[in-house]
Design a protein around this ligand. Structure first.
Ligand SMILES: C[S@@+](CC[C@H](N)C(=O)[O-])C[C@H]1O[C@@H](n2cnc3c(N)ncnc32)[C@H](O)[C@@H]1O
Length: 272
């Protein structure tokens, strides 16, 4: 690939999604673009990139961005945050939100849905404690393709073998041909929608919990700060922010501090 093409792609992805492509990802550009080259009948990679650069076609740019996202996910990924959600955060909120009987969770960068559906399964197991409550999960992602998959609630055998206890598979999924489809009783907790984390989330309004795991790890320091400041705007003053295992707010913003629950769970800093 020509240097100017690589640079164009790196800038396009960073400016539109925040994601800074790693060296390994740069090697993958050609492979990831191949289906789009076939779709748009371009034989050479430089022809395709020129086409993207000059077409002014936003839908095409979105397809290009989608093709380079890292969508790796699994059910109950790194189980600890889910245990903390079940054993500590949920009991706290059930006590503190007695007046409103409302809990809102935002799962930001939800990929194909395993993370919000894992949370929904936990909520469902506690439904006897939430009679008359309004408990919902808003799950967002920048990739339209992955959101379509998430909304379908359809998972392959391989996907359900990753992290999902067999008892939950049997209880909450129906077999359909070679796939497994999540039941409506779980699906109904989750609303999927497009949202770019570089945008201002203020209109989303009041969340009790924000899960944003393994997303900002790929962002520049400046964009990490922008996203975290966005979470501050939409989190209730006693809400929780849950980041991925190798992500932190430290050195990026003083708006959050460690909760006394676990390393990757943050609360609003007293001075914020
Ligand atoms: C590695 S997956 C993480 C999925 C899930 N949170 C987990 O930990 O298993 C990262 C997701 O972030 C999404 N993403 C990347 N940049 C984004 C942005 N600017 N706004 C919203 N989602 C973004 C990607 O499309 C991808 O689905």
């Amino acid at each position: 690939m020509r240097d100017q093409d690589i640079e164009y792609v790196i800038n396009l992805i960073r400016d539109n999604s925040g994601v800074v492509l790693t060296k390994e990802k740069i090697y993958l550009i050609e492979t990831r673009f191949y289906p789009l080259m076939v779709k748009y009948k371009k034989n050479k990679i430089h022809e395709f990139i020129d086409f993207v650069r000059t077409s002014g076609n936003d839908a095409l740019k979105r397809e290009v961005i989608d093709s380079l996202m890292t969508n790796e996910t699994m059910f109950f990924r790194n189980s600890k945050p889910f245990e903390d959600f079940k054993d500590k955060i949920l009991p706290y909120l059930l006590e503190q939100r007695q007046n409103t009987k409302k809990i809102r969770i935002w799962c930001a960068g939800c990929s194909s849905g395993q993370e919000p559906y894992s949370l929904a399964m936990i909520l469902h197991e506690h439904k006897h404690l939430m009679q008359g409550w309004n408990v919902s999960i808003v799950a967002t992602d920048i990739s339209h393709g992955i959101l379509e998959k998430a909304k379908s609630g359809k998972f392959t055998q391989f996907e359900v073998q990753r992290g999902l206890p067999i008892t939950s598979l049997v209880k909450y999924f129906d077999k359909s041909d070679n796939n497994w489809v999540i039941k409506d009783e779980i699906k109904d907790y989750v609303t999927f929608q497009y949202f770019n984390l570089l945008d201002d989330p203020v209109l989303f309004g009041g969340f009790d919990i924000v899960f944003c795991r393994n997303v900002i790890i790929y962002f520049s320091l400046e964009d990490k700060k922008r996203v975290l400041e966005g979470f501050k705007k939409v989190l209730k003053s006693d809400g929780f922010l849950i980041l991925g295992g190798s992500e932190t707010t430290l050195g990026i913003t003083e708006s959050f501090s460690h909760s006394d629950i676990t390393r990757n769970i943050y609360v609003m800093a007293k001075s914020a």
